[in-house]
Design a protein around this ligand. Sequence first.
Ligand code: UD1
Ligand code: CA
Length: 462
Amino acid sequence: MEGAVAVVLAAGEGKRMRSDIPKVLHRVAGRALVEHVLAALEGAGLQEIVVVVGHGGEAVRSYLGSRYKYAWQERQLGTGHALAQARELAGGASTLLVLCGDTPLLRPSTLVELLKKHREEKAAASILVASLEDPTGYGRVVRGPSGRVERIVEEKDAGPQEKAIKEVNSGTYCFDASLVWPALEEIKPLNAQGEYYLTDVIELFCLRGEKVLAVECPDPEEILGVNDRVDLARAARVLRRRINEELMRKGVTIVDPATTFVDAGVEVGRDTILLPFTFLEGKTTIGSRCTVGPQTTVRDSSIGEETCVSYSVVLGSAVGARCQIGPFAYLRPGTVLADRVKVGDFVEIKASRVGEDSKVPHLTYLGDAEVGKNVNIGAGTITCNYDGHRKWTTVIGDGAFIGSNTNLVAPVEVGEKALVGAGSTITKNVPAGALALARAEQVNIPEKGRARLEKKERSGEE
Ligand code: UD1
Ligand code: CA
């Protein structure tokens, strides 16, 4: 896209969101609204991008980082005023592609087409337009008797006749830079909102006989501008459908796409099955032939092939191939499971490694643990990793067997092939191959002497 610079208007407060967060940072499908716009621009091959920031501008800038240039709009005086702030940074461009930061559904191909037509026709301005069943809230495209675009009128300034127009401005435009910069100096804030409207440039161009093009968006759904939380949910639904359809076309089975929530950028291998109420979020990769769900969240994690995860939450973890996770497991950040590990019900694992073929089948907490291969962790095992001041490590060697209801008071090591008796509280290292018993010995009182002792027991309890 040689010679074209993109300008993204993202300085507005977004009053209708009623939020403390700048509007363009609200997230859908795991990305901020403005990130979707930037991704579409990058997908269309635009390399030079200027983002106009203002309200919450520091937050927007630190969120997006140094890949882009930032122009500041100190006071939010309207979209025309916003674009004017980008003049210095985008000054060298011959063509400007201007977008709003709140239109997350635009496709790269639509932007490429808009630019292409704009250049072919050597237009002064090209507006991406769409016809909507319900045009409420959008600027309407007013055409003259010959069908030529004359101007754009905002909802708040429109009379009843204009309100009936279904053709709307998407807020995405191409401009001949040499014409738009001077025109921006001429527009006046004489409208219902007292703002400098970028759309007034269109009327100026038309009055002067400059060529203004209306380019129809192939899919009207793409132009959705998010102004409030209802729009936000609408955009999320469209993105969800797009992402799910793309996955299905790549060979993923999604049993119920309406209740499967996958963030943009998540990868899922073929013949994997996603069951209802599965949430795949952030930087996540799922291998082939897995079954994930129902009722499962996987965030910022990788899952190896043929692994099953059900009714579980997996955060910041790396799970190997052919593992079985859940139901009701909670894997917290820093968990690394090798291949063929089993993690069963009511098990929480944090910042721990578990080796191949090991099993943690039920009711266990592993925190800051190094567990070897072929280890069996009995039900109710707890690594006591926190002494109130700092965290300590538990090391369990290959082939060890930890009996049920064991406390492992860290720092502590259980050697290879060691056996820990059920109910033990282990405070000292267990050598390789040893049997460790750390529990009170059982006493059996014969029936004859039992009554006296029982009486004593009971009175002692009172
Ligand atoms: C705008 C258009 C409208 C169009 C619609 C498409 C104008 C006057 N109206 O209306 O014709 O149908 O988009 O979605 O342009 N912004 C700034 N600085 C400002 C004001 C806004 O940077 O001073 C940014 C906002 O952050 C936002 C974008 O410009 O990303 C659009 O502003 P918004 O207030 O949402 O305009 P709309 O009323 O939706
Ligand atoms: Ca808007």
